[in-house]
Write a protein that binds this ligand. Structure first.
Ligand code: FAD
Length: 379
């Protein structure tokens, strides 16, 4: 073995492949019973391809990253449309002019759309925060309406806080559209794998230099002592890529890093369609945030429909929960820095990926980071 990789998500799998191509013998350890990390998908008992850890769509602005994933699987263009539903009214998201038509009487809707076009001339979108502070009362009231009915209750559920404690500044990147244009992302490359994300991983890992071992929690074997990293009794001199939560590698000596977890409730309906879009948010429902209907992600023919209802929950140690979203605050960043300092004392240890970097990476960002790490190892 010439390289040890912990975690078989996108980050670990890409590093394993790249280094295997360079002739290195790679051992890849994964504690789950499958490859693919949070991108793992499988066919359910009704024949629908579903994603165990929530809906994923590959999207990027960088052609080279799309070219990279295309080496291992065919991809079909997929423009994700999402929606939100409250008070029995459905609207597309990001909110656009059809949202105004749905919630406003025709005269008022017409005036508001004209005002938005005039006040944001030449612009396709603006952030909600910007619209919330607009001098025109009617424009501001529109943003306030969306904030109160959607953004605040949704964000509050997502992060487990009260809607009144949601600071609008957290929405600085959430856009409002000034047209009828639909589509969740604006990236030029948006795609779903032709077969599945799991097929993509199987091909990525299919290399004679890669040995994947599932069901192994590396933290039960790895110890760090005086700047050295050990696997059981063996001191490792080879590079060790670690893509799990960094606090766990150090026995949580500085306390647990905060994450939000999710619980998915799986259902099958005899109805052929249960909602207008693959992913719909239900901001005013008590406990769940959104529903993903998998026959629409990607489009799959068949009777009935499988869907997952998503409940954000606090992440608790020892409860067999997955750390889905890092809770990024000044305090948690400082806590993370303490772990990072411990890791940096071990020369051959490279923490990376969504968990070990404690960053919310999209797939393309995780891929980019993995490729950067490969360059670093070769230097
Ligand atoms: P992970 O996928 O988390 O992989 C880490 C792996 O390490 C896991 O398999 C874990 O089991 C394993 N591991 C951890 N600790 C250990 C240990 N001690 N021993 C052995 N193995 C260990 N991105 C997009 O671009 N588009 C989307 O639409 C999108 N939707 C998302 C929806 C949800 C609900 C979530 C949570 C994320 C979404 N993402 C999306 C982000 C995407 O999932 C990540 O960018 C990507 O999965 C990161 O890969 P990773 O390898 O860094 O992390």
């Amino acid at each position: 073995m010439e390289l040890l990789v912990v975690g078989c998500g996108l980050t670990g799998a890409v590093i394993a492949r790249e280094m295997a191509e360079k002739g290195k013998k790679v051992l890849l350890l994964e504690r789950r019973d499958h490859v693919g990390g949070n991108m793992y998908d499988f066919k359910d008992e009704h024949g629908y391809l579903v994603q165990k850890y929530g809906p994923h769509i590959f999207h990027t602005t960088e052609k080279s990253l799309f070219e990279y994933v295309k080496k291992f699987e065919e991809w079909n263009e997929f423009n994700l449309c999402c929606g939100a539903c409250w008070d029995e009214t459905y609207t597309t998201t990001p909110f656009n002019f059809s949202t105004i038509d749905k919630f406003y009487p025709p005269e008022k809707a017409k005036r508001l759309k004209e005002k938005l076009q005039a006040n944001f001339e030449g612009r396709k979108t603006a952030s909600v925060v910007e619209v919330l502070s607009h001098p025109d009362g009617e424009i501001r009231a529109y943003a306030e309406f969306l904030f109160e009915n959607d953004y605040a209750p949704y964000t509050a559920k997502q992060w487990g806080v009260s809607p009144k404690d949601i600071d609008p500044s957290v929405l600085s990147r959430v856009p409002l559209r000034f047209s009828y244009e639909e589509g969740y992302f604006d990236d030029p490359y948006q795609a779903m794998p032709k077969h599945s994300f799991t097929t993509f991983f199987e091909k990525l890992l299919n290399h004679p230099n890669i040995d994947v071992k599932l069901g192994i929690d590396a933290t039960e074997h790895l110890t760090i002592h005086q700047g050295k990293i050990y696997y059981d009794a063996d001191c490792l001199e080879i590079p060790v890529i670690y893509t799990g939560p960094l606090d766990e590698l150090f026995g949580c000596v500085y306390g647990r890093l905060p994450y939000r977890s999710l619980r998915f409730e799986w259902h099958y309906s005899e109805q052929d369609s249960i909602q207008p879009a693959p992913v719909v948010a239900y901001p005013k429902e008590d406990a769940f945030t959104r529903i993903t209907e998998y026959k629409k992600l990607p489009v799959q023919e068949g009777r009935g429909s499988t869907f997952a209802v998503e409940y954000p929950i606090p992440y608790q140690e020892g409860q067999k929960m997955e750390p889905y979203y890092p809770v990024l605050t000044n305090e948690s960043q400082m806590q993370y820095e303490q772990y990072y300092m411990l890791a940096s004392r071990v020369k051959n240890l490279i923490p990376c990926g969504r968990l070990a970097d404690f960053k919310y990476y999209n797939m393309d960002q995780a891929l980019k980071r993995a490729l950067q790490v490969c360059e670093m190892i070769q230097e």
